[in-house]
Design a protein around this ligand. Structure first.
Ligand code: MSP
Length: 510
């Protein structure tokens, strides 16, 4: 089955920060899990390069928008392999094929009668590139997100007839209770619609950095229309000589934070309806990473640099921390102290240490060969159905709960090691069978949890699986059955070297 997942495309007015990494890692976890299920996955991320946010940042830095876009798009592109993001394509909205396709789709919207010319007057935030209604603005005509004064603008523009979609959008929400997830975000978007939809400006006369309107090239398209269309346009040119539209559209899930819910849950379906395109299946709206109680954002200056965090902790630790600490769908505070604690107690101790101790014991007591599967280990019940339960969690987009479930199994293995105390069993030759069963249980348990954890921490789980001769298992969830299917378990395999998965922080940091 095709599975198409996207992240927002990020503004190139600034460099990437941990907030951008968070969304992208979330989408990556979904993509990797779906690939493990054998689905035909297309995972898109990229950069949003037009419009006022970028034009103004370029002006402030005495450079051209294109130069600024080139520089910062490269920073976002470079971040992807560093955080082990497995995107299938990276779209830049300054790509010519994107612009050509945007013009084609918007011409269709125009031909279908959803565009007219008028005069725009209102309050505008140049950082959000958004016109704010009275109830969307902060005190004294300020932007509640960026805390800057809004600008009163008045200009001749073209309008999109959003109001024409009032009923169809209400119907969409009624028909598809999972259209926006989690539920409180669905309610938020629906109440925006119920408040009454107004037509929105579709073009900017005073700006030249954008895609010209095909029917009036003296104006450029309002950046949000150009940006939203990336989800559709990317499919037309991501693979040379191939149009992936029919294979992957409609998208399965658009991942984003709550700042851009209105555009995705309201404008986007209306635009697609106006262009006669099918609608995506779901949106997942996560919360904000907070630092010092505020949304982490470049303009507020309270950002953690993901590049620095990776240098210090490694990419797996970053991915793990983000999704264990900040529940997917909720706001959550992050801090360097928090990183250190989770790193030391959970990754280094509960997973890394368990793995190295287990392999060391197999080396010492069984000449490096994992004992064959016994009749019973005492772990079977705890592991029964784990892969199916994980899939159910993922189907409901409960990414953090999925990780919590797997982590309970990691903890179960730690308790198992303590209860069985294989180092004691090894002292008594009469208990050799028990020792075999215990070592097998630990190795097999580690094999299964490593497959389940692979979408979250791909590097260390790959190393762990390789060390027990099961590297290929990472690519298939079907292999994550305790005991293995048709001899696919860990029993009888020769172990190899396992590098230290999560070195002590002092060593990594200094
Ligand atoms: N360019 C638009 C999106 C267009 S999508 C068609 C935009 N760009 S942005 O650079 O401002 O990125 C916003 C997105 O970055 C958020 O929706 C979220 O995915 C991510 N985040 C930015 N800061 C974040 C946090 N502090 N916490 C969590 N996610 C954050 O809006």
């Amino acid at each position: 089955m095709p599975y198409y997942v996207t992240t927002p495309i990020y503004y190139v007015n600034a460099e990437p920060h941990l907030g951008h990494a968070y969304s992208t890692i979330g989408a990556d976890i979904l993509a990797r899990h779906m690939r493990q299920r054998g689905e035909d996955v297309f995972f898109l991320t990229g950069t949003d390069e037009h419009g006022e946010p970028v034009a103004r940042a370029a002006e402030a830095q005495n450079t051209t928008p294109q130069e600024l876009a080139d520089r910062n798009a490269q920073r976002f592109k470079d971040m992807m392999p560093l955080i082990d993001v497995s995107n299938d394509f990276f779209i830049r909205t300054s790509d010519q094929p994107h612009k050509d396709e945007v013009a084609r789709v918007m011409q269709r919207v125009y031909d279908n009668g959803y565009v007219y010319e008028g005069m725009y007057e209102g309050w505008y935030c140049p950082r959000c590139a958004d016109f704010k209604s009275e109830h969307e603005m902060g005190e004294g005509h300020t932007c509640p997100i960026h805390k800057i004064p809004l600008e009163q603008q008045s200009e001749q523009s073209w309008f999109f007839k959003l109001s024409a979609f009032q009923e169809r959008l209400e119907q969409l929400f009624a028909d598809q209770p999972e259209w926006v997830m989690p539920r409180h975000r669905y309610n938020e978007a629906l109440s925006f619609i119920k408040g009454g939809l107004h037509d929105v400006a579709l073009s900017r006369a005073k700006l030249s950095w954008g895609v010209p309107l095909p029917w009036a090239p003296d104006q450029v398209m309002y950046v949000w229309f150009d940006a939203l269309l990336n989800y559709l346009t990317a499919l037309t040119y991501a693979r040379e000589g191939e149009n992936l539209h029919d294979r992957f559209w409609p998208a399965d899930v658009h991942v984003m934070a709550k700042d851009i819910i209105k555009f995705h849950a309201v404008y986007w379906p209306a635009l697609l309806m106006a262009a006669d395109e099918p609608l995506p299946k779901r949106m997942f709206v996560h919360g904000y990473l907070l630092m010092g109680g505020e949304k982490m954002s470049k303009s507020l200056g309270n950002v953690l640099d993901p590049f620095k965090v990776i240098e210090l902790f490694g990419s797996d630790a970053l991915r793990f921390y983000c999704y264990r600490e900040v529940s997917f769908g909720q706001d959550g505070a992050v801090s360097t102290e928090g990183f250190e604690t989770r790193y030391n107690t959970e990754l280094a101790n509960e997973y890394g240490n368990l793995a190295s101790r287990t392999l060391a014991m197999i080396g010492r007591y069984r000449d490096g060969v994992i004992p064959e599967e016994p009749d019973e280990t005492g772990l079977e019940e705890d592991f029964a159905g784990a892969a199916d339960e994980l899939s159910t969690r993922f189907d409901a987009l409960e990414v953090t709960a999925a990780l919590d479930d797997v982590w309970s199994l990691v903890r179960r293995l730690n308790r198992y090691a303590e209860e069985r105390a294989p180092w004691q069993l090894a002292k008594d030759p009469e208990r050799a069978d028990e020792l075999d069963a215990t070592l097998y249980g630990l190795a097999e348990g580690l094999r299964v949890v490593s497959i389940l954890l692979h979408p979250f921490i791909p590097q260390s789980t790959t190393k762990m699986l390789a060390a027990i001769g099961c590297e290929a298992d990472a690519s298939s969830l079907a292999t994550a059955e305790f005991g293995g299917r048709e001899g696919a378990g860990a029993g009888g395999r020769k172990i190899g070297e396992l590098p230290q998965l999560f070195p002590k922080l002092e060593a990594a940091g200094d």
